[in-house]
Design a protein around this ligand. Structure first.
Ligand code: ZN
Length: 213
């Protein structure tokens, strides 16, 4: 569902451009709103969420999908934790659909899906591992890497129940906006994938903005 936001970027508390293949790692307080902006279009933002007070509680795609009765995420979606609690609500969305089924790229999946020579290519899982190693203050470890959302990624489910990675439906300037319903840790890998159309074969920067409400 396409829904625009009235929030003004110049009134944001914090703005950060995240380069192609880089990560974003921060805490968003309950009540605050943040936006992920696809600056140049067709860029997947592979995102994990944790309860900042207890990171063993994390975003759960199974709880989220079951409760909303739909496989895709868009404005109105409430993102739930592995304890079934609402963590965030999607307030605005100018892209219209976001994936939470496809998972994130990793050295292993690149090798299995594409070629043994892809084993050393930069991946989202590498990004997350680097982030948690560089920021031990968030208290996350390897086993905390779990269900994620691929904002701006187009992974339609076929009539036979299959998953396909298709050309993106995002474009330059499209965004998604979420309100934190608890203090949440946000960890985004700005996907470096070059082997499928999730980034239009050309990873580009995103921008993250945060407002007080
Ligand atoms: Zn990726």
């Amino acid at each position: 569902m396409i829904k625009h936001s009235e929030r003004q970027p110049e009134l944001a508390l914090h703005r950060q451009v995240v380069g192609a293949g880089d990560y974003y790692f921060d805490v968003i307080k309950a009540g605050q709103v943040f936006r992920i902006l696809d600056l140049e279009g067709n860029q997947a933002a592979d995102t994990l969420f944790y309860n900042a007070a207890d990171p063993s509680e994390h975003y759960s795609f199974t709880d989220t999908i079951r409760e909303q009765g739909n496989l895709y995420l868009t404005a109105g979606s409430v993102l739930r934790s592995n304890e079934g609690r609402p963590m965030l609500e999607m307030l605005a969305d100018t892209c219209g659909r976001h994936d939470t089924l496809g998972g994130a790229c990793a050295s292993e999946s690149n090798t299995v899906r594409y070629d043994l020579e892809k084993r050393c290519m930069h991946s989202c899982r590498d990004n997350w591992m680097l982030a948690i190693a560089e920021h031990p203050e968030f208290g996350l470890g390897k086993t905390d890497i779990t269900h994620n959302i691929n904002f701006f990624m187009n992974v339609p489910v076929t009539a036979a129940g299959g998953l396909t990675f298709e050309d993106g439906i995002s474009a330059a300037g499209k965004y998604v906006e979420l309100k934190a319903l608890m203090d949440v840790i946000v960890l985004i890998s700005n996907c470096p994938q070059l082997n499928n159309p999730c980034n239009g074969y050309n990873p580009t920067p995103i921008e993250v903005m945060t407002w007080e409400k």
